[in-house]
Design a binder for this molecule. Structure first.
Ligand SMILES: [Cu+2]
Length: 121
């Protein structure tokens, strides 16, 4: 019984600091997941900085109608509907700014829906 409590205490002593340091968890748990919320007529966030060579999972969510997010240069095209997110994993291989646009016509402001990925070294 006592041994079990000590093991539990040790487990928490390791897990709690890990849970409080997102940097450590990110480094150990594979791709970084980024949630993007789309609604008429914009993306939140509208700017995301990525590291070249670091795999990411982009999750697109819509809170109103169907929206898309396409980066031609990166071969990324997501389409989400309200309540039905879409996701993709990719690894940016070159630095630069990449502008993505909504790829599903969603109304009068559709053409102004942009999201910029800044890929840095
Ligand atoms: Cu649109």
């Amino acid at each position: 019984m006592k041994g079990k409590s000590i093991r539990l205490a040790l487990l928490f002593a390791v897990l709690i600091p890990m849970a409080c340091s997102p940097g450590i968890i990110r480094a150990q748990s594979g791709p970084r997941t980024i949630e993007i919320n789309a609604k008429k007529f914009g993306f939140d966030p509208a700017d995301i900085t990525l590291k070249k060579g670091q795999p990411v999972i982009l999750v697109l969510k819509s809170s109103d109608v169907a929206h898309g997010l396409r980066f031609r240069e990166l071969n990324v095209d997501l389409r989400a509907r309200s309540g039905i997110p879409a996701q993709t994993q990719f690894t940016p291989e070159k630095t630069g700014d990449f502008v993505g646009h909504c790829s599903v016509f969603c109304g009068s402001g559709h053409g102004s829906m942009k999201l910029t990925l800044h890929v840095v070294d």
